[in-house]
Ligand binder design. Sequence first.
Ligand code: NAD
Ligand code: UDP
Length: 311
Amino acid sequence: MRILVTGGAGFIGSHLCERLLGEGHDVICLDNFFTGSKRNIAGLLDHRSFELIRHDVTQPILLEVDRIYNLACPASPIHYQYNPVKTTKTSVMGAINMLGLAKRVRARILQASTSEVYGDPQVHPQTEGYWGNVNPLGVRSCYDEGKRVAETLMMDYHRQNKVDIRIVRIFNTYGPKMAENDGRVVSNFILQALKGEDITVYGQGEQTRSFCFVTDLVEGLARMMSCPDFIGPVNLGNPCETTILEFAQKIIALTGSRSRIVHKPLPADDPKQRQPDISLAKEKLGWEPKIPVEDGLKKTIEYFDGILSLG
Ligand code: NAD
Ligand code: UDP
């Protein structure tokens, strides 16, 4: 098949492109390189089935494709808050443009949605039936509400125009190729530990997250895309929940670092708890994460160690 991956030069997108090429597909990677990088796809550029297009999803584009993975959108809070108006445009205009393309060429389209659609959740763990607790006015709203509108657009194009859609709600994902400057907790803690710098825990570190290794996540995306009769939304994530303080301690132990833990102010609207209920993914896709967090973290630490040694 000919498959379009928007945001294909980003962290998750580049792993997905690699996997799809490995399965023998033709892959078109579309990216504006806001948070993605050529380094992420450097190993793919010479592949005869790989094409790279520098393009912004807020602008329409016509391509002949069979499948679309719509991943284009900055994912880390500091990057999506850098230009919040652009973030909303990317989610909303990007979804409209990609859905318009899917409708025109009759492609199946998968939207990378997020656990942020649940906001600061009052239901724990989060199930797909939960409508969420999102602040529409806060600093995270550009991302949360943009992704919620993208889900609405997916459903409306499906009902109104019979577009073949899939919606996945991705929970915190980590692994090699995360941008080292993206301010997310995994890259921050690992880099701080490797450099012997203070580890910055925001607040008391009692807030929880559940971390999924990127290859597990990509397996879930591929299964959802090929699932014949289930449009979602479906949660994809690792239910293994940890407090951020415990997570910092784990990274110190795994790196053997002498870094100290310091506390910094908790950012506004930081969700207090997050854990996916993945019963639906298990039932409909036969999917669950396989990589234990320690193994995934070791691979990620190795990756960042390599980046640091490049200087
Ligand atoms: P990332 O920032 O590494 O990748 C996003 C990619 O989209 C980058 O390559 C970026 O340059 C590109 N992009 C951004 N705006 C664009 C635009 N207007 N036009 C074209 N390209 C654009 O982030 P990621 O972690 O790989 O996330 C990929 C997708 O998965 C995002 O949609 C994100 O919302 C979603 N997601 C990720 C996580 C996670 O934990 N990583 C969790 C939930 C949802
Ligand atoms: N966090 C932290 N120190 C950091 C970066 C993040 O304590 O240096 C916390 C952050 O406040 C949040 C959690 O780690 O509670 C996950 O943050 P991240 O930005 O990775 O993702 P998100 O908040 O979108 O889940």
